[in-house]
Design a protein around this ligand. Structure first.
Ligand SMILES: [Zn+2]
Length: 246
C-alpha cells in the first residue's frame, strides 16, 4: 500500500460502503489532509484498519468529526480509543472529537466499555456542535448543516479556492439542499438514490463534481455516470484539491 500519510492538501476515501458489509468497502469515511492536520469525517467499521494500511498510527490522528450516532459512522472509535489508551501505541497528543449533542451518550458508553483511564479527559477533547453555523479547525473555516436524518452534520469548507462539501447521511426530501449549491466537489452519501435522482440533484444544485459514497449502485452503473462528472468512490481513492485528479 502506497504511503499517503505525508501528502498534503488531499481528501482520501477511507471507506466508501454502506452498513451492508462488503469485502472491499469499509463504512463511508473521509480523511481531509490539510496543513499537517489529519481530519477524519466519520469512523465506522474497518476505517481504523484502512488508516493503518495507509501508514497512520494513533499519534497521526488529531481530529475526528462524527456526523451522527448511527453505528456505521462511529463504531471503529471503540477499537481506536481502546488502542489509544491500552496498547503499546498509547496516544500522548490531543484528540479533538467533534459531534452533535446526541453523541455524548455514545462517548459515555465507550468510556464505560473500555473503561476509560483517568487521563481520558486530558487526551480527548470533545467539541459539541449545537446548531447550523461555523466552527474552525485552526484557520480552516467549516460550515455545518444539521439534517433531518438523525441530526447528521454535513460540512462545507474552502480549500485551495475550491468549495468542498461532505454530506454524511442526508434526507434529500426534507433538508435544505441549498447548502450544497454551487460546490466544486461534493462527497454525497447517495444511499438508495437511483441514477436519475442523482443526475437531477447534481444539475439542480450546480455541483461541478460529485463523488458518490455510501451508495447501493453497482459498479456497472459507473460508466453511465462518468460522462456527467460523477464517480462512485472507492476505498483509498484520493483527490488532489487543485485539479481534482484522482
Ligand atoms: Zn445514518
Amino acid at each position: 500500500m502506497k504511503n499517503l500519510k505525508d501528502v498534503k492538501a488531499k481528501i482520501i476515501i477511507l471507506g466508501s460502503g454502506t452498513c451492508n458489509i462488503e469485502p472491499d468497502k469499509a463504512n463511508t469515511s473521509l480523511l481531509i489532509k490539510y496543513n499537517n492536520e489529519n481530519i477524519i469525517y466519520d469512523f465506522g467499521y474497518r476505517v481504523y484498519s484502512n488508516l493503518i494500511k495507509l501508514g497512520f498510527s494513533n499519534e497521526n490522528i488529531s481530529r475526528i468529526i462524527i456526523s451522527h450516532s448511527h453505528p456505521d459512522h462511529f463504531c471503529d472509535l471503540i477499537p481506536f480509543l481502546h488502542s489509544c489508551f491500552y496498547s503499546k501505541n498509547k496516544k500522548k497528543n490531543l484528540l479533538y472529537l467533534y459531534s452533535g449533542e446526541e453523541f455524548l451518550e455514545i462517548i459515555n458508553m465507550i468510556r464505560r466499555l473500555l473503561p476509560a483511564p483517568d487521563n481520558f479527559n486530558e487526551i480527548v477533547k470533545i467539541k459539541i456542535i449545537k446548531s447550523d453555523g461555523i466552527f474552525y479547525i485552526k484557520d480552516l473555516k467549516i460550515k455545518t448543516l444539521f439534517s433531518n436524518h438523525s441530526s447528521n452534520i454535513s460540512i462545507k469548507f474552502k480549500l485551495n479556492d475550491k468549495d468542498i462539501a461532505i454530506t454524511g447521511d442526508i434526507d434529500i426530501k426534507k433538508d435544505n439542499l441549498n447548502f450544497f449549491k454551487n460546490t466544486d466537489i461534493c462527497f454525497l452519501n447517495s444511499g438508495k438514490l437511483n441514477i436519475n435522482e442523482i443526475l437531477n440533484l447534481k444539475k439542480s444544485l450546480n455541483i461541478k463534481k460529485l463523488i458518490l459514497l455510501h451508495s447501493y449502485l453497482s459498479i456497472k452503473d459507473t460508466d453511465l455516470l462518468q460522462r456527467d462528472n460523477i464517480i462512485i468512490g472507492k476505498d483509498f481513492q484520493s483527490f488532489n484539491l487543485i485539479n481534482f485528479i484522482s
